[in-house]
Design a protein around this ligand. Structure first.
Ligand code: SAM
Length: 924
């Protein structure tokens, strides 16, 4: 269940007659517990409660229903119950049907309310459903509720008006919803006079069956599009005269409204009953986006970006600078005035703005600074000089774009109320401004300079309809002549495999003249590149949130040289942290923030979050594209054998249609039928076999044994199937191999005695890369890499933390898994010169790791390297290995992964410089 569904279920429960026996189960059902779980609790099988009428769900909650007036005593009993502690309950809850009290046992946070009001606290209990809610949602669930109500209405209206669901009418539908949101907000904030003017008028004037609701709404919308002086002649219904002139484009144009059913009318009424005054424009917009997206609707209310995360972008981008200027201005009125002037010319531009959360937060933060300036200058209550129209956005989908405009209008009004007072805010809000801020369009196709013309060039075109921005509009009026432009946002990431043909086309349009390998780029690379192009001709900086892949692996050589080539640099970065949302049991994506702009000699900043969430900042001379302190070195793949290491090869590729590879059962069956085939059957090891210990086999026949193998019936049958598959393969390069069906298509090598094997893809959860030592008669598949008959110290290198950090950075990831590469990761891996003693020490460490594993036979690598349950002896063996290796690098242990990486890059720079010098020496 998502947060919206939970809120609905809780609200429904609260209005039902209180049933003391059923309440605990109904409560748990509202938070997504399945009927089977509840059945077991009901039967008492899994109910460990030691309190009368208590229900205790392990690891979750201890609930007790009590007699009237006994709630505080029952809560105390729950708190003190040994079973509460033993079952690791997160919450305790007591109710008598009149009042309800609960406590979050980890934080000690309590709630106490009338029973009927407990849905107001549903956010408090969200962890019961595996959802960790931010404080704003816990304290004020209006955003989730509004999302739920609007969603129900939207779905019901589309059901009743299927033509409005078609592509050509969807924008009308979305526009209609934006109008409703404005009306709900306006009637709760005195923008409309009287209480509940909008909802009450619809309730009074429309039939209960909904049949004329569309007409009533149409008249109200017409009123809001009509100046008072025009109303007399327009014969507007008298009852609509109460509604003010709003227009601003929002109520301009068509007043067409979809038809309502009785249910839709009821949903409209329910939505109107919420207190929209409290709506939070930085949260609400992101939550509601999914309403208009049929595929995304399941994720309703899950997506929001927390304010602290957005500030990780905006603070270092420009807000810290503004606040610094405010601090140094003190009470100096001239300096304060200069800062206010500077801010009035700042543009903030989000070229993938969704429902405008970055823009809203930037706006609110700047208004906060301006209010402080005005307070210090003795001008509190002064009209804001920060134009809302300087907060620009580009968004592909029309609904979020509509919501973004509204969110900014709401933010402006709320800031006016906060800093200037209700009266001034009301006087300023209507009619709405008709200028454009948000363009609905494709950011990789639209010329950004047409939306934010270069600073210093005055532009004077005011669009007349805020809500239908022409895409090709060349210039838009704005008031920041000579000001700075700050580009920000979290554009879509989309790795090269996940892009649609349209998105591939977008990337081609951006990159084809600059990077011939553009098809391998992430979609977000387009935003980085276009931002750099934009900043080459105007004053400002950019910062985006991105998956960390943009600073790892193959993205680095493809994208960053282009950006550095424009004489730009990374000005700050926030290294990997988790960007979570409201999805149930959500682990979040790992992201980075990268701020960039024209090259400057000023110090750069690297921000790093610790596991506990503390942020540390370092000033450095330069930030490399791998987001570490150091030069802009880019690691390039190197083929062949590296001078200081054993040759690593990719495994052997069968291309056999599955006929040369065998499961354990297939092998047993084959050997029962033809025991003399045994000498041609080998163990076969790829990623899964290495990590999960799965048993697979393959048929391995050397050329000289072909005839004898062919003499074994079941083998010959398999060879002929391989021949057929290869001969008819779609890939022309495979067909010639139909003549050698007894062997794999591509044979790299086979170990004489031992093979050190590493999976090509493995989970990022492990603290070390899974590497193993295989014995004789083992064939490594193309899903792994191998070192054949290599000394054991090589295994120590691969099993080290230093190596994992290098691989994660330079090879990048496949989704969230580490992707190994011999040419990019192993051959380039910088190691100090190893003495014979070093090698002997490392070999012993490798042996100890293998022995530690053996002590847990038959546990697999997956079992042993689970970070939560890794056995102590194995952890110790790895620690020892790291200790020995790191002492070889720097004479002590590294403090953290950052230090590891910085040392590795330092060595890599020297290593490649030496190579270059050697080459140049040869050329002379
Ligand atoms: C990750 S969301 C970020 C939105 C918002 N900042 C938030 O946190 O909810 C990315 C946004 O980019 C929009 N988008 C995707 N492709 C786009 C394109 N080619 N041009 C403009 N916007 C695009 C999506 O519709 C989505 O709203």
């Amino acid at each position: 269940m998502n947060a919206v569904e939970i809120e609905e279920a809780v609200a429904t429960l609260a209005v039902q007659p209180f049933d003391s026996t059923e309440f605990p189960f109904l409560f748990l059902a509202a938070f997504g517990n399945k009927e089977t779980t509840l059945k077991r609790l009901r039967k008492g099988d899994s109910n460990a409660s030691d309190i009368p009428n208590g229900v205790l769900q392990r690891n979750n909650i201890h609930i007790a229903v009590c007699q009237e007036g006994e709630v505080p005593a029952t809560l105390k009993a729950l708190r003190e119950s040994p079973q509460t502690t033993q079952a690791k309950a997160k919450f305790i809850l007591a109710t008598d049907g009149a009042v309800l009290e609960a406590e979050d046992l980890a934080s000690g946070e309590p709630i106490a309310c009338n029973y009927s009001d407990f849905p107001d606290h549903f956010g408090f209990f969200l962890p019961l459903a595996g959802i960790s809610a931010i404080k704003e949602i816990k304290d004020n669930p209006i955003d989730v509720r509004a999302t739920g109500r609007l969603n129900k209405l939207y779905v019901e209206l589309l059901r009743e008006n299927p033509d409005w669901a078609k592509d050509d009418r969807r924008p009308d539908m979305n526009h209609f919803m934006a109008r409703l949101v404005f009306c709900f907000f306006a009637e709760d904030t005195d923008i409309f006079t009287g209480t509940g003017l909008f909802t009450n008028t619809v309730e009074t004037m429309s039939e209960r069956d909904g049949s004329n609701t569309h007409e009533v709404l149409g008249i109200i919308f017409r009123a809001m599009n009509m100046k008072r002086e025009e109303r007399v002649t327009a014969k507007l219904s008298r009852w609509a005269g109460e509604f003010p002139y709003v227009n601003g484009g929002l109520f301009g144009g068509e007043t067409d409204v979809p038809r309502f059913t009785r249910t839709a009318r009821a949903y409209l009424y329910q939505a109107g009953q919420l207190n929209w005054k409290e709506i939070n424009p930085d949260i609400f917009g992101s939550m509601i986006q999914a309403v208009a997206d049929d595929e995304e609707r399941g994720a309703l209310g899950m997506h929001y970006t927390s304010v602290p995360n957005i500030l990780k972008v905006l603070n270092p981008l420009f807000l810290v600078d503004l606040r610094g200027q405010l601090d140094s201005a003190g009470d100096n009125k001239i300096k304060l005035l200069n800062l206010r002037k500077r801010m009035s010319r700042i543009r903030v531009f989000d070229p993938a703005c969704g429902s405008g959360n970055f823009l809203v937060i930037a706006y609110k933060q700047m208004r906060d600074i301006e209010a402080e300036i005005n307070r210090r200058r003795g001008e509190a209550g002064l009209k804001s000089e920060i134009p809302l129209t300087n907060f620009r956005g580009l968004e592909l989908r029309d609904f979020p774009a509509e919501i973004a405009r509204l969110a900014l209008v709401i933010a402006e009004f709320q800031c006016d109320v906060l800093y200037r007072g209700q009266k001034e805010a009301l006087a300023a809000v209507l009619p709405l401004d008709a200028q454009n801020w948000i363009t609905c369009g494709n950011a990789l196709r639209v010329d950004w300079l047409s939306i934010c013309p270069p600073t210093g060039m005055g532009v004077k075109l005011v669009a007349d309809d805020l809500f239908s921005t022409p895409l090709d509009q060349a210039e838009i009026d704005f008031e920041n002549e000579g000001g700075e432009t700050y580009i920000c946002g979290n554009p879509p990431y989309k790795g090269s495999q996940a892009q649609s043909p349209e998105q591939k086309g977008d990337l081609r349009a951006v990159f084809q003249a600059h990077q011939e390998r553009w098809p391998s780029l992430d979609y977000i690379a387009g935003w980085f590149f276009k931002a750099s192009q934009f900043l080459s001709v105007t004053d400002g900086q950019a910062a985006f949130v991105s998956t960390n892949s943009i600073s790892q692996g193959e993205q680095v050589p493809l994208l960053w040289p282009l950006i550095f080539g424009m004489d730009h640099c990374i000005r700050f970065c926030h290294t990997s942290f988790t960007w979570s949302n409201l999805a149930s049991r959500n682990a979040g994506v790992t992201v980075v923030v990268i701020g960039f702009g024209r090259r400057t000699a000023r110090p750069k900043q690297i921000f790093e979050s610790s596991a506990a969430g503390r942020v540390a900042v370092r000033q450095v001379g330069n930030i490399s594209p791998y987001l570490i302190a150091g030069d802009n070195i880019i690691v390039q793949a190197a083929s062949g054998r590296a001078k200081d290491k054993w040759l690593m090869l990719k495994g052997n590729q069968p291309t056999d249609g599955g006929h040369l590879c065998l499961s354990r059962q297939e092998r047993d069956a084959l050997l029962r039928e033809a025991p003399n085939a045994a000498r041609y059957v080998m163990r076969y090891v790829g990623s899964q076999e290495l990590i999960r210990g799965e048993q697979r086999y393959c048929i391995w026949v050397k050329d000289e044994d072909r005839e004898s193998a062919n003499g074994i019936g079941p083998l010959a049958a398999r060879f002929s199937r391989v021949a057929e598959m290869r001969a008819t393969s779609k890939a022309p390069s495979t067909r010639p191999f139909a003549t050698t069906p007894h062997r794999f298509r591509q044979i790299q090598a086979v170990g004489r005695d031992t093979t050190i094997a590493i999976p090509s893809v493995s989970s990022e959860r492990r603290w070390y890369l899974p590497v193993d030592l295989l014995g004789k008669c083992t064939i490594v598949s193309n899903l792994a890499f191998a070192l054949y008959d290599a000394p054991l110290w090589n295994l120590a290198l691969i099993a080290s933390r230093v190596h994992l950090v290098w691989i994660a950075t330079v090879c990048g990831k496949l989704k969230t898994d580490y992707r190994y590469s011999n040419t990019l990761g192993w051959n380039t891996f910088p190691i100090p010169t190893l003495t014979e003693q070093n090698k002997a020490d490392l070999a012993r460490c490798a042996e100890n790791i293998l022995l530690a594993r053996e002590a847990h036979f038959p546990a697999t690598i997956a079992d042993l390297y689970d970070p939560k349950t890794m056995p102590e002896n194995l952890r110790h063996a790895h620690e020892r290995n790291d200790e020995v290796l790191e002492r070889i690098y720097i004479g002590r242990r590294f403090r953290n992964d950052t230090e590891r990486l910085e040392k590795l890059f330092d060595l890599y720079t020297k290593m490649t410089a030496t190579k270059l010098n050697a080459k140049q020496g040869k050329a002379k």
